[in-house]
Design a protein around this ligand. Sequence first.
Ligand SMILES: [Zn+2]
Length: 253
Amino acid sequence: MRKIFTCVAIIFLAVMVVYGIFFSFNKKEQKTLIAPQTSLIKMKAFDHLRNFPNVHLTDWNLQLVNSDNAVSEQEIDLEIIQGNLQLDARIIDATQKLLEAAKKTNIPLQIISAYRTISYQEQLVQKEIYQNIAKGMTKAEAEQQTYRLLSKPGHSEHNLGLAIDVVDQAYYRQYGGQLLPEAVSTSKGAIWLKENAANFGFILRYPQGKEEITKIEYEAWHYRYVGEEVAKYLVQNELTLEEFHEKLKQLKM
Ligand SMILES: [Zn+2]
């Protein structure tokens, strides 16, 4: 009886030892299976940060102006470009280089709108609302439709002097200053700008598919200066200025 008991005890111990070895081996295998994936994710996250522009939320060229953020009270040092238009003097060089580069590739550009005073923005908004009412819309509908394409006075990047509405000269000859979404987006100038503007510090500010974030319909003509480093980063990572500001806040930059 005692022998049987000893035998059972030995078998039980042996089973425990074998199970223990197997279990720890299995655990190790699980670890080696998980480890490469985790480090890959970490590496990717690190990569994203390594290329992150070394800039700050308060940089003049990153000022966020949209339906929630008005232009801050400030004196803008304006300079003339393309005859009678004006822009913030700090972006004149970059804008001229952009225009020259487009000209060299045989797609000369035409700036339709640059700096606008807040009162001029008010006139534009009122005119658009009246035109929409004339088309048969109610006042509320007319306003809603207007603010899909025009920012409220004081909430437009044109009030900052850091944005341009730009098309190619062939388009301009055909349509003048009218900005027709379909016609502009398929024009040579818009295609060239989408591919090259970032090299001069400009971004397509209201891209297709980001309307929920920008609260503005896709505008193939509206380019905003943010500086070359940020512009390239935003294009590579398909980010809007709103999303970039969120990242800067998260990183406390
Ligand atoms: Zn614009």
